[in-house]
Design a protein around this ligand. Structure first.
Ligand SMILES: NC(=O)c1ccc[n+]([C@@H]2O[C@H](COP(=O)([O-])OP(=O)(O)OC[C@H]3O[C@@H](n4cnc5c(N)ncnc54)[C@H](OP(=O)(O)O)[C@@H]3O)[C@@H](O)[C@H]2O)c1
Length: 338
């Protein structure tokens, strides 16, 4: 079946990748349109080698659309995703607005694509850009021994803050590299060039950042077990694209490194790297790739039931656009979109 698609937030960092990923994967399209805010109306965006004019996000824009791929701020998604769903579309929504709604499945196709059969509100939530690669890497191990607790420290790129984050970082970086005074941060919370920032997100009342709380809640929802303990520390690092994760995962039984490596080697969407051959996942190499890279698989010397891993994925692709397009592909393949 070829479908009518609307890409909402088409001018943003994720929206830009959404266009590229749809074209690269040859998504079965009947028609496509690109929507953004009033300020972008009339702008030209390129898709599959052709120019398209950006339209305003308005209720009537969703008439006849089968799938909406939405990447707007949460406040915009809260207003427009239900309008699109009411018009008959299934919305795959990248914002955090719907992720913890019990009536909206939170889907990583390699992990829980079956949840796509339980769309009650017409909205599928696309998870956070840390929760996605974390679950892709941990799920094959969770199938060997149930995961009980995850300690994760992140090394998140500037583009996690969208187009504005990247513009801020690029301006800072150019000045920093030239030995010039670095401009005051405009999107990041502090200077990112030559620095790391652990409070680049809003602080929640429990002392964790909003980002850290998303990692906890979404990981439990995707893996389908609210008793899994998750202890996150999220950190922004001076990298343009791709998030890295240092993961220690504890299971209900010991898992041999060889068994873990064998499971990861055949896991969907995973590229397993071998440090004995000098291979290790690096953001600069992972940028532009749709897969989740895993390396440095080690036994935790302090806990016989735990393994340590190093995980890297492109936050704009697998952490956002690619995961959403994969959800859309499953909606078509499984006959959920009619
Ligand atoms: N960046 C990441 O790594 C990442 C990963 C996972 C999820 N997400 C989520 O995906 C969403 C988009 O993120 P992003 O990084 O792409 O942000 P971005 O670069 O700031 O892009 C935001 C997009 O939303 C549109 N928009 C903003 N206000 C609007 C309004 N009032 N009405 C209609 N459209 C509006 C913008 O259009 P204009 O250009 O016209 O303003 C732009 O197309 C966010 O909810 C974010 O949390 C981001």
């Amino acid at each position: 079946m070829a479908v009518n698609v609307a890409v909402v937030g088409a001018t943003g960092a994720v929206g830009d990748l959404m266009r590229r990923v749809l074209a690269e994967r040859n998504f079965p399209l009947q028609s496509i349109k690109f929507l953004a805010s009033e300020k972008s109306v009339g702008k030209q965006v390129e898709f599959a080698g052709k120019p398209y004019t950006v339209e305003a996000i308005r209720p009537e824009a969703f008439a006849g659309v089968h799938i909406v791929l939405s990447s707007t701020p949460s406040s915009v998604s809260k207003e427009f995703s239900p309008i699109a769903a009411k018009a008959g579309a299934i919305v795959v929504d990248n914002s955090s607005a719907w992720r913890m709604d019990p009536d909206c499945p939170l889907v990583v196709p390699e992990v829980n694509a079956d949840q796509l059969h339980h769309i009650k509100k017409g909205i599928v939530a696309n998870p956070n850009c840390v929760a996605i690669p974390l679950c892709v890497a941990v799920k094959p191990l969770h199938d060997l021994g149930r995961v009980r607790r995850i300690v994760v420290c992140t090394y998140q790129s500037s583009s996690g803050k969208g187009a504005k984050g990247l513009a801020d970082f690029d301006a800072q970086n150019a000045a920093f590299a030239a030995g010039q005074p670095v401009p005051a941060p405009s999107a990041h919370r502090a200077q990112l060039a030559g620095n790391v920032i652990t409070l680049d997100w809003t602080l929640d009342p429990n002392g964790f950042t909003e980002e850290e709380n998303k990692v906890v809640n979404e990981t439990q929802k995707i893996l389908g077990d609210a008793t899994i303990g998750v202890a996150p520390t999220c950190v922004r690092v001076p990298v343009r694209v791709a998030h890295s994760l240092a993961v220690t995962a504890e299971f209900d039984r010991p898992i041999a490194v060889a068994d873990a490596r064998a499971a990861l080697a055949k896991a969907p969407g995973v590229v397993l790297m071998d440090e004995t051959k000098g291979e290790f996942p690096q953001p600069i190499q992972v940028e532009g790739d749709d897969r989740t890279f895993v390396g440095r698989v080690r036994k935790d010397p302090s806990n016989p039931n735990a393994l340590c891993l190093w995980v890297v994925a492109d936050n704009l692709r697998k952490g956002a656009a690619t995961n959403a397009v994969q959800c859309a592909e499953e909606l078509v393949k499984r006959g959920i979109v009619k």
